[in-house]
Design a protein around this ligand. Sequence first.
Ligand SMILES: [Ca+2]
Ligand SMILES: [Ca+2]
Ligand SMILES: [Ca+2]
Length: 427
Amino acid sequence: MKTLILLVFLVLGAAANAKDIEYLVKLEGQKADEALLSLRQMGMTKTFSTSFGEFAVLKTKRNLEAADFNYLTSMTGISYVEKNIELRALPINRESKELNAEDASFKKQWGLKNTGWNGGPIWRLGKKGEDINAEKAWTLSRGRSTIKIAVIDTGVDYDHPDLKNNILMNEAEFNGTDGVDDDGNGYVDDVFGYDFANNDADPMDGHGHGTHCAGVIGATHNRSGVRGVMGRVKVLPIKFLGDNGSGTLAGAVKAIDYAIKMKVHVMSNSWGGGGANKALLEAIQAADRAGIVFVAAAGNSTNNNDKSPSYPASYEVDNIISVGSMDGNGKKSWFSNYGKKSVHIFAPGSDILSTVKNGKYKKMSGTSMATPFVSGAIGLLLTHEKNMTPKEIRERIMATAVMNKTLVKYAGSGRLDAYRLLKDLRN
Ligand SMILES: [Ca+2]
Ligand SMILES: [Ca+2]
Ligand SMILES: [Ca+2]
């Protein structure tokens, strides 16, 4: 046994100048300590524990081959080994200028109320009424500050004037002692969430994407700037994507575990990348067992997800709601992924005006933007009806969708309608 371990150690340690490649190792059972001893010799850097098990991060100088995987997974105490893949935020690159609060207004938010005039670029009008029917839904509920929605992303500008009242504050840490984990959740000083990209307690957005998603869910309903789908909500900023919009599988797993710990109702996930991963699947399954909906962007590569899955949206877990993007004409956005079986619903995602970092506003496009519309609508639903399982919520979202003729070809239902969702008006 000892010679074998040494052999793998030597092989993994070869090619000294190459950039490190990371792997995520899932440990199992009482024998994990034995495995850790060997892993440490091979280049293991750190371990972390979640409610769904223990993980280690292994650094190597070259890609592991099938034989390496076989060897590692045959070791007692190791359940599986996966590449610590890169995951990315899902906006499409289209430059749009930053606005101040006085230039950002509800009148420009076609996703909430499409007047036709505001539903398209200057040279092409949108179609009146192709929106999520927000104003009518607000006659029933504008949200409630007991509803907690995690924005798992590039962080959130929690000081943004249009967001700061709707950010979840961890009272125990706010009133606690610096450097001490006052609420005993395993994280020191997590007053406004956590940053798993830099492993600190400051999830400030260095990119803008996460703040945009947060604004779609919960920008304050006042006379200034924009409105969220919810006027009252508590958004929990959980950062694992860095300032360049990318992060790792390990970061995503930690972010989801943290959201479970913080007992959120919904996780909003406008990111993706790579193939299927057991670690991510297990994290989402743990969220499902905790009764938490996992809303996920379907992706922006004009791809049929039924044929070629896009993760995490395409995992088959009951709590996942995969969201495609529509434009102001009620058509599938040109970039949006689709799939009758694997995309559950469409929501506005083209030229969406919302909050960005440094207290500004901006239009962005992507299934990234469509996703928080669904997260916010679920938030409204949960102020109205308690004790729904994630599976029941997904079923209701689809059953109450507007079966817009062009969209039904591309998804299991049609367009999100918040009013019909709350009223349970079915097709
Ligand atoms: Ca804490
Ligand atoms: Ca503290
Ligand atoms: Ca506002």
